[in-house]
Design a protein around this ligand. Sequence first.
Ligand code: BG6
Length: 462
Amino acid sequence: MNYDRLKQPLVLVVFGITGDLSQRKLLPALYRLAENGDLPDQLHILGISRRSVSKDDVFAKLSTFVGEDYNETVAQRLKDSTMMRQVDLQDRQAYETLLADVHAIEAPLGKDINRLYYLSIPPQAFAGVVQLLGETGHNLSGADSDNLPRLLVEKPFGHDLASARELIQLLGEYFDESQVYRIDHYVAKETVQNMLVFRFQNPLFASIWNTRHIERITVTAYEKLDIEGRIATYEQTGALRDLIQSHLLQLLAIITMAKPVKLESKYIHDEKLKLLQMVQPIQPESVADAALRGQYEGYRDEVGNPSSTIETFARLQLAINGPDWQNVPIILQTGKALSERRTEIDVLFRQPPDMPGEQNRLVFRIQPHEGITLRLQTKQPGIKNATQAADMDFEYARSFTTRSAQAYERVIADAIRGDQTLFASNLEVIRSWEIIENVLKQWEQNGDSLRTYPKGSDGPVR
Ligand code: BG6
C-alpha cells in the first residue's frame, strides 16, 4: 500500500459541503486524519455550495460531530486550508471558473498532486454535475500534474437497474473506471476489513467455509434510529435501496467470495464480482416468499404521505449457485426504529446428527462492540457430564489500545492514495441492482405486502 501518497499535495473539491453527509462524516473524517498527521502540508479544500455560505457556517457543527476530544487547533488547520465557492450546479461558466481556480492552486505544487472531487449531491443533480465536470475538463489533470483527478461518489448509484446503467455509462464517457471511487462505507468498517484477514489468513477456517459445514448466513443491519428527518431522500429510497442494494450485498460478497489470488484491489474485485454473479436474482414468482418488508408505525404521518408504501424494514432470502454454497440460505435484513442497533454477520454451522446440542456459530460484530464471537460447546463445571454453549470472544476494545479508524477516515485516506479496494466497482453495482430488481418492481406495483411494526420493536412479522 502506498502511504507516501498521503503526503503529496491534495486539492479536494467538495460538492455539497453543507449537506448532511459532509457535515456528519466527511469533515469529521478529515479532522481525524489531520489530527493523526495523515493529511499533507499542502492541503487545499474547495468547498462548493449552491447558496452563499461562510467558512464559519460550514465548520460550525464540526465540534458536535467530532465529540468530546474536539481540539480547536486541529479544526483551525482545516478551516485555514478551506476556500468556499458558490456554484450554480447548472452553470457551465461556473465550472470553467472553478477549473481555473483549481489550476491556479495546483500550479506551484509540482507533479505529484492528488486532486479529488467529492460528490455528495442530490441524485437528481448527479448526472448534470458529472456531465459539466467532464465537458469542462475537470476529468483531466492540470498541465503540470501526472495524476488524473479522482471522483469520490456517494450512493445512491442510480434508483434502479436502468438508471444505474445510464449513470455508469455517463460517468464512463468522461472518467475512466480507475478515476471513479464509489463509496460504500460499510466495506471500510474495521470488522469488515478484518473479515478478509480472518477468512484468508487463518487456515483453520478455510476448509470449512462451504455448504458441507455452514448451514445458514445472516447479515443484519438493525438501527434504533428512525429516518431522522431525511423525508425527501427516504421517500425516494426505502430500506432495500438504502442498505441492501449497497452495503449488505457488499458484505455478502466479502463473506462468501473465494480466496483472491492476492489481497489486492483487482483480485478482490474479481472475486466479489464472481460471487455476486452467482447470487440468483429473486424471480418474480418468488418475491412473496423470499422478501419481507415493513414500515414503522407513524412513518406516514412523519413524511406527510398517508399512502406511502416505502419500507423502513426489508428482509431477503437469497441463494448462491455453485457447489460451495448449494443449500445455504443467505438472509439479508435491515430496518430502522427497531429495538436495538446491531450490525453483524452470523455464520451458523451444521450440526452432525451424532452431536446433539446447540450449533456452533461465528458472529462478526460490525457494530457496536466490534469483534468476533465463536460459540462452541463446552462441558459445564461439576461432576455431571452436561454440556453448555459458551462464547470465545475477541473484542477490539479489549485487545487493542489503538483507536479504530472510522470508516470514512479509511475511505478518504484510500481515495487520496489511489487504492480502490474498498470501493464498489461499476459491475458490482449493476449486479446488485439485478439481484433485487424484481423485488423492487413488485413492491412498487403492489402495496399489499407491506406490514407495519411498532417503533422500538423487532420489526414486522410475516
Ligand atoms: C447509510 C444509510 O448509508 O448508512 C443510512 O443511507 C444509514 O440510512 C447509515 O442510517 C448507517 O450507517 P452506520 O455507519 O451508522 O451504520
